[in-house]
Write a protein that binds this ligand. Structure first.
Ligand SMILES: Nc1ncnc2c1ncn2[C@@H]1O[C@H](COP(=O)(O)OP(=O)(O)O)[C@@H](O)[C@H]1O
Ligand SMILES: [Mg+2]
Length: 280
């Protein structure tokens, strides 16, 4: 298992492309005709209300679900992702929301769980420990020791370990499902720094988040899903919080959107603000 960056796509090149992706669960059309591109060295935020289809899309990309239709192109080739280990082998890593770390095992053991490095017939503890430090250094991560159990780490440090683990195997795309949902302010800032480090190393990053402040702080582009469809797409510098909320809720006269719009309304006309007073 190599963790070199030699075969990574040049920054700006599309590494992952979805076209016409659909997925139905019984009567629920969870995704219809979804498209999304992710470039090397770019953070794409995937946002949307509960039930919008974000997790389903992540699971389609990571091979947990087979899509009913559509194409996934990775590194220039059309691919079928047969399962999470196949995704990992292709170069698509996922940090799921529950992190799936083993509390009683140390950092090294968690990083290489199920993908231990061998030296001949033996587990290469020294090699793995070195690689663990290298990965954490890549992330400028603040972990006191790689030989302490996960149980002794803070929430932010656990997220760090889960992100570092996703880098084992040298992926080109990393997906993070709500990485800051359970974190306080300082730890959130730490994780946002990690995401910037991922971008700097040339990875394509897909960030799922409910937190518009996080999204606006770290994303380059924002893809909005609503009811399983592409609702809007913004470059982060072009989208106000009000516009984002409006795209997520699907109504500019919706009460949530109008509240957000009033907060950032200093440059907007009075008529616009007044029309926002009606409840949606
Ligand atoms: N395994 C499943 N079985 C049935 N319905 C599902 C399943 N997973 C998701 N759904 C439905 O698909 C829609 C999209 O869900 P999801 O992708 O979890 O949205 P999000 O992550 O944006 O909140 C929802 O209506 C949800 O109830
Ligand atoms: Mg979800």
């Amino acid at each position: 298992m190599s963790t070199s960056v030699a075969d990574r796509a040049p920054a700006g090149e599309v590494v992952l492309s979805l076209a016409g992706v659909s997925k139905r669960f019984g009567a629920v059309q969870a995704l219809s005709d979804v498209h999304m591109d992710v470039r090397a060295g770019e953070v794409v935020a995937l946002v949307g209300d509960n039930g919008a289809g974000k997790s389903t899309l992540v699971k389609v990309i990571s091979g947990v679900y087979e899509p009913d239709g559509g194409d996934i192109t990775f590194a220039g080739r059309k691919v079928t992702v047969g399962g999470p280990s196949e995704a990992q082998a292709l170069g698509i890593a996922t940090v799921f929301q529950d992190l799936a770390l083993c509390d009683n095992l140390d950092v090294v053991a968690n990083l290489f769980l199920g993908q231990e490095q061998l030296a001949g017939p033996f587990i290469d503890e020294v090699g793995m420990e070195k690689e663990a430090w290298r990965l954490l250094k890549t992330l400028s991560a603040k972990i006191p020791s790689v030989r302490i159990p996960i149980a002794a780490l803070s929430g932010g440090q656990r997220q760090t370990v889960a992100i570092a683990r996703s880098l084992v195997g040298s992926p080109q795309v990393v997906m993070l499902d709500e990485p800051t949902a359970a974190l306080g302010v300082a730890q959130t800032a730490e994780v946002l720094n990690l995401i910037e480090r991922l971008r700097e190393t040339g990875l394509g990053v897909i960030l799922i988040s409910h937190n518009m402040a996080d999204v606006q702080a770290v994303a380059d582009r924002i893809v909005v899903l609503r009811l399983g469809k592409n609702a809007a797409e913004f470059r982060v510098e072009d989208a106000s919080t009000a516009e984002l909320v409006a795209a997520i809720t699907g109504a500019s006269d919706n009460v949530v959107a109008s509240r957000a719009s009033r907060r950032s309304a200093s440059t907007q006309t009075e008529t616009h603000i007044e029309s926002g007073e009606q409840d949606g």
